[in-house]
Every structure is written in C-alpha cells, then in structure tokens.
Design a protein around this ligand. Structure first.
Ligand code: GDP
Ligand code: IMO
Ligand code: MG
Length: 437
C-alpha cells in the first residue's frame, strides 16, 4: 500500500473519518497534518459512534502509529480528554506521537475567536470557536507557543508572559473582556504538559526514516478543499492548508513521498458556517422555498446532517462537479471515495451541477472572482434516481441498482477521476471497493 494523502474535496464532513478508519489497517502510520479540534471525524467502534477531533482516525488499529504532525494546532485539554475517552472505550493511545513543532491553542485564542466573530456580526465566518484562527495567526506572526515550549516550564512562562502583554491589551481594550494571568494559565497547562510529554517526538524525522524503510504512511486531512486558506472560498475558510500540498509542510515530508491522493466526496454537498454555496438547497428557515426547500430538508434528514463538533445543522445541496473538478486539480486527486450514496435513495431523481451561470456567462471552471460564486446559478442535469431501493446492504458494485451505477459512472466522467471506493452506510463493512487496493 503506497503512501497516500486523504483530503476532503468539498466543505468538510465528507466522511474522511470513516474512510481513514476503513483503509488505516493497510498503513504503518496515520498522520494528521493540519487543522485542530475544529475537525469532527466519525468512526464506528463496535456499536459506538466516536467523534475524533485531534486523534488520527487510524488509532483503532494496533498496527498503525497515530501521529499529530507539526502543521496541527493542539488544544492540550481537548487532546488529554480525547485520549481518556478512547482509553475508556478500550482503544489504546499508547502509540501516539505528537510533533514538538505543533502550535498550542491557548485559552485566549478561544476567547478571541468568539469575540472576533461577534464583532463581525452578519459577516461572521461561522467558525467553530475553538481558537483555530487566532492560534494560526500567532504562528504566522511568529508569536506562537509550540508543543516543545511545554517541555520547559521556564521557557513556557517566559513566552506566555510576552504573549499576555499583547493579548491582555487586546482583550481588554478592543473587546472589553477579562484578562489572564501567567499563573492561571500555567496552573491549567503545566499538568497537560506532564501528561503529554511521553508522546512528544521528532515526528518529521520519524516519518522520513519510516518512509525510507518502505513503510506506508496515510496523511489524514481535516476540513476540505473549499475551506483551504489558499484555495477555498476565502475569507469563509479555515486557517490552514487542507489540500494535499499541506500534507508535506504539515508533516515534514517531501512531495515524492506521496504516491496517491484520495479525495473524499459526498454524493451531494454540505457546508457548515457562512460563505457561498452555489448548489445549496436553502431550508425554509433560511429563506428557501418550493421544491428546493423540500429537497434540502430531505437531504438533511436522510443524511443526519448535523455537525460533529458544534451540533449545527449543515446546509445541504446537490453534487457540484465544478468544485469537484477544481478539487481534482488543486489536490492532484488520483482516486475518489464517494460516501453517503445511500442518502440519495430518498429521491425520485437526482441532480448534478455541471456548470454555473452568472450574468449571462457560463462557468465550467471554478470562477476567478468570488462575487461570481455568490451569485452563481447552477446548471443542472437531472438523472433517474433509485428511490425505495435500500442500498445499505450492497456488498458488490454489481448489486447496486443500475441507476446508482449510472450516477457513479457519470460523476466519474464529469470529474475525470476514478471513483474507487463507494460508501453506502456509516459502518466499515458498508463499503464497496472498486479498484482501490
Ligand atoms: P468527516 O469530518 O469528513 O470525517 O465526516 P463527519 O464524520 O463529520 O460526517 C460524516 C457523517 O456521515 C458521519 O456521521 C458518518 O458516520 C456518516 N457516514 C460516513 N459515510 C457514510 C455513508 O456512506 N452513508 C451514511 N448514511 N453515512 C455515512
Ligand atoms: P471536518 O474535518 C466542516 C468550518 C467552520 C467555518 C470555517 C472556519 O470535520 O471536515 P474554524 O473554526 O476552522 O476557524 O472555522 O470552517 N469548519 C468545518 N466545516 N467540517 C470541518 O471539519 C470544519 N472545520 C472547520 O464551520 O465555516
Ligand atoms: Mg466532520
């Protein structure tokens, strides 16, 4: 099994957790390379649904070493809790390795995330308020506190003191909020440091040594292509590089280490938070009406589309091949895993967006200007559905109804990427392998 980068091709929640867990048994290392606990990756363990926020979804397998790479931002309290939760489920976290270069989410990052959203009012991004943006801001501004700083109390106190001089002024003078003392943060964070110390490692060197010995590495992306800081629907994005290139900087390996790029796509599209979404089927409560509002509500209900991290209702829409083709390009996708096909069994016909129209112009490619995306009207093809056929028990491709197969093959044609994994339910065994080996 060659080394593989797995990425979301839409706005997140495509089922990355399920597919990572499914294929992780073939890998020696599973690495998170960006994002933080804004992610919510669902994996099924026996009868339990587990939501992983920081732990790589390969943690279920004894053979795979889970790694939190340098590109991740870590809330140590969340990580310690998640580890305890997994251990209580009988899942060992003993093998976990945490990069010393990863940045640490501090209490003021979380408060500033919420305060900034409040300030933006109607223009807010709809962040997860986990402190992700403010932590990456400090990283880029070269003011961040890293995991390795937790190893030395003296250094940690010194960096914290410097950081608080600025943060407290901002908290108090700009937002009228409470300030922090070095002591209260140390009281909370130093015990975390003691718990996490045994897991800290030189992960880039470890991964490169493993690769040179022929070991296989799976890089597990969080969020999705359209939430990428460079390639997403800026500013309605997250603050990290969620596309495949992020795996190299976020784990410390060169591009030649990557053999395959597996894009995870839902058979339709969802989005949490603000920002443009051309194929959105607006819910009635968001101002939608007619058949669109009915179809949107049906997708949400049939797909149980509620956020794993924040519990928010996800906006829903038809499959968008314009963004799929874009994701194929900016990630260099070699394969697609298509998830949640079973959800479309609720519809008589299914629509696929093939292009956008805006001000009389047709866009087959992702538009250069975001304003076009805001006003884009999707051009749809309508395909016959497979309503009433329960496909959740199908084990082979040939068992799928002819219209389901036609839908898959049509999406392959218009995105130009082979769909080598098809998912028809949340469980590991509700998956059809179609060329992925
Ligand atoms: P991630 O963030 O990309 O890992 O995705 P989430 O875990 O946030 O959301 C995906 C949801 O869909 C989870 O509740 C999964 O258990 C569920 N899921 C994954 N694949 C399938 C599928 O093929 N069919 C159905 N019905 N649910 C799925
Ligand atoms: P997984 O890994 C879906 C969205 C937020 C918001 C924007 C910025 O489960 O697919 P942030 O807190 O990152 O600053 O918020 O990004 N967002 C996600 N949406 N799935 C995710 O992760 C997300 N992580 C962040 O809703 O719109
Ligand atoms: Mg998720």
């Amino acid at each position: 099994m060659p080394s593989t980068v797995l990425v979301g091709t839409q706005w997140g929640d495509e089922g990355k957790g399920k597919i990572t867990d499914l294929i992780a048994s073939d890998f020696d290392y599973v690495v998170r390379f960006q994002g933080g606990n804004n992610a919510g990756h669902t994996v099924i363990h026996g009868d339990t649904k587990l939501a992983l926020h920081l732990m790589p979804s390969g943690v279920m397998y004894e053979n795979a070493v889970p790694v939190i790479g340098n590109g991740v931002v870590i809330d140590p309290g969340v990580l310690v809790k998640e580890m305890a939760l997994l251990e209580a489920e009988g899942i060992s976290c003993e093998r976990l390795k945490i990069s010393c270069d990863a940045h640490v989410i501090m209490p003021y990052h979380k408060v500033l995330d919420g305060a900034e959203e409040k300030r933006l009012g109607n223009n807010q991004i709809g962040t997860t308020k986990r402190g992700i943006g403010p932590c990456y801001q400090d990283k880029i501004a070269r003011k961040g506190i890293r995991v390795q700083d937790l190893l030395d109390e003296k250094i940690f106190r010194l960096k914290l003191e410097t950081a608080l001089q600025q943060k407290n002024a901002v908290l108090q003078k700009i937002y009228g909020l409470q300030t922090y003392t070095v002591e209260e943060i140390c009281d909370e964070y130093l015990p975390y440091a003691r718990i996490l110390k045994p897991y800290m490692a030189e992960t880039a060197h470890m991964l490169n040594s493993a690769l040179s010995q022929g070991k296989n590495v799976l890089f597990e992306g969080a969020q999705g292509t359209l939430l990428d800081i460079d390639h997403g629907t800026y500013p309605y994005v997250t603050s990290s590089s969620c596309t495949s290139g992020g795996a190299c900087t976020g784990a410390g390996v060169g591009p030649v280490a990557v053999d395959r790029v597996l894009g995870i796509s839902k058979a339709y599209v969802t989005r949490v938070g603000g920002g443009p979404f051309p194929t959105e089927l607006k819910f009635a409560e968001d101002g939608g009406s007619g058949q669109d509002a009915i179809d949107g509500a049906l997708l949400c209900e049939a797909g149980h589309e509620f956020g794993v991290t924040t519990g928010r209702k996800r906006r829903c829409g038809w499959f968008d091949s314009v963004i799929a083709r874009y994701a194929a390009e900016v990630n260099g996708l070699t394969d697609i895993a298509m998830t949640k096909l079973d959800v479309l069994s609720a519809f008589d016909t299914v629509k696929v967006c093939v292009a956008y129209e805006c001000d009389g112009e047709r866009y087959d490619y992702f538009p250069m200007q975001q304003s076009v995306l805001f006003h884009a009207k999707p051009v749809y093809e309508e395909l016959p559905g497979w309503k009433g056929c329960d496909i959740t028990g199908c084990k082979t491709y040939d068992e799928l109804p002819a219209n389901t197969r036609a839908y898959i093959e049509h999406l392959e044609d218009i995105t130009g990427v082979p769909i080598t994994i098809v998912s028809v339910g949340a469980d590991r065994d509700q998956t059809i392998m179609r060329g992925w080996e």
